[in-house]
Design a protein around this ligand. Structure first.
Ligand SMILES: [Zn+2]
Length: 282
């Protein structure tokens, strides 16, 4: 990507609108701020949203090559295993069945794995390349965001995985998810876990300080607070164990693993925080 003059902006707390903050982590020219009122972590200064959306529309977004192991396709096996376990967890709690919308569906691995649990399976994504791939396995895929959906189209289950941390104004976003719920419908949101042991251990080297894309950083209380404010009822946590290629985990620890051993999956707890909530009756 050609490096242009960065369009930076500062923001108040995206959850409570307070302007009171302290800098928690500095990543010049960006910084992760912590709200002085509600304790929420968010990026400020951050890249202006219009500039960020241009990056998401670039065809090579999913093939970003920070190091040799981060290709989205290389991680397919680990992602599919993660999504199968996620779907098991939904099924055990009676959250499966009916129609599914996945916002930010990427290449459609979750929509593909969800065949036995949901019908129809519908996705959205900003990347044309991702939409083309996801259309091979999903019933329907819209290119863009929620505004691409017909206003009266509703779903029994709406899932947003690794999406909310990219959203500049999260309350209207979750409210619009709720607006697309059928009666009895549920929203599931999963995002990197700012309250995790991993962030405390790794500090500013934490892998989910992904800049400039990640503008919001949730722990369980902050995610529950957002979902309740958006009108969801009975908000509760969902376990979300995440598998990673062992070679990727090893690379983070400056080890090299070759061959089939490196392609094995390594399950890490607590990398993600996930919550679900229900549409209010009436
Ligand atoms: Zn706040």
């Amino acid at each position: 990507m050609v490096r242009q003059a960065l369009a930076l902006e500062e923001t108040v707390c995206p959850l409570c609108r307070s302007a009171d903050y302290r800098v928690a982590y500095r990543f010049d020219p960006y910084a992760v701020a912590r709200c002085g009122v509600c304790g929420f972590y968010y990026l400020s200064p951050r890249l202006a949203e219009a500039a960020m959306l241009d990056i998401y529309r670039e065809d090579d977004y999913f093939e970003g090559t920070e190091n040799g192991y981060t290709s989205y396709v290389e991680q397919e096996k680990a992602l599919r295993a993660t999504f199968r376990r996620f779907l098991d967890n939904l099924r055990r709690r009676g959250l499966s069945g009916g129609s599914l919308l996945e916002v930010g569906c990427g290449y459609g691995y979750l929509l593909d794995e969800a065949r036995r649990d949901f019908s129809p399976r519908v996705g959205t994504d900003f990347s044309a390349q991702a939409v083309a791939e996801a259309r091979r396995v999903a019933d329907r895929v819209y290119q863009g965001g929620l505004e691409q959906l017909p206003p009266d189209e509703t779903y029994d289950c709406i899932v947003a995985i690794n999406v909310i941390e990219h959203i500049y104004d999260p309350l209207p976003f979750v409210e619009s998810l709720v607006a697309h719920l059928a009666p009895g419908g549920r929203v599931v949101i999963a995002t990197p876990h700012m309250g995790s042991f991993w962030r405390r251990l790794m500090g500013r080297r934490w892998a989910s300080f992904k800049l400039p894309e990640h503008v919001l950083y949730f722990d369980s209380p902050a995610l529950a607070r957002l979902m309740q404010a958006a009108g969801l009822a009975r908000v509760q946590p969902l376990p979300y164990p995440h598998a990673f290629p062992l070679a990727l985990v090893a690379a983070k620890l400056n080890l090299t693993l070759m061959g089939p051993f490196g392609r094995a999956n390594c399950w890490l707890p607590q990398t993600m925080v996930a919550m679900y909530g229900f549409k209010r009756d009436g």
